[in-house]
Design a protein around this ligand. Sequence first.
Ligand SMILES: [Zn+2]
Length: 226
Amino acid sequence: MFMSGICLQSDISPLSFIGYCSCFLNDSDDTIELAAGLNFIYEVQLSKVLTIEKWNMPIKMKVEGNPSKEDINILNHIIKDFNKVNGFPDMGIVNEDENVLLIYVPKADLSKVQKEYNLGEIDKGICQSFSENGEIQRAIIVIESDVDQDYKNSVVLHEIFHMIGFYGHSYDNASVLNQIEKPVPKLSTIDTLAFRMLYNPEIMVGMNYHELNIYYQDKEITNFCA
Ligand SMILES: [Zn+2]
């Protein structure tokens, strides 16, 4: 079992747009190399759990609480874009038999929900994921609902990126998982690269950093930018 949590605080100006790069080659920084993706995977996953963890089963997300219409919109965008990644198991919204519960909760009710689900302190958002033998089995995400919509959009993306196996935070300020708590509206080039490298079907749960390194040594970056 693995848990991850805590996120984004407030003092930053709201974001003006939301969008996701599913093909980062279009606006590519062509100096980027696979090593940057490897570093990111190490930083936000393997430094914590030692061997590769990811979802292998379909991700069935149930939404509860008081999401706004825009919340559902954004969620659908995220799902659509994540589902484009080769090897990523199908993610969708369900009404029952969920393995991910996503709850939008007003600030006044956060402590109640925190106790009910035995979560850590919630500041704007939290994600706790549970895995077995490297396979992520289920997760719970709580989002504070009564904050600025643009800000909330970046928190949801941040928490869902935790949910798919990127448990930690990054020193890269462009990452949606940056640790200076800056809201980022879309996956960065390196976020996207690491996402594709982790969910590459040839990368198996249980592989360690050394094995990952060897695997990617003779690979071309263009194969991970489809
Ligand atoms: Zn976080």
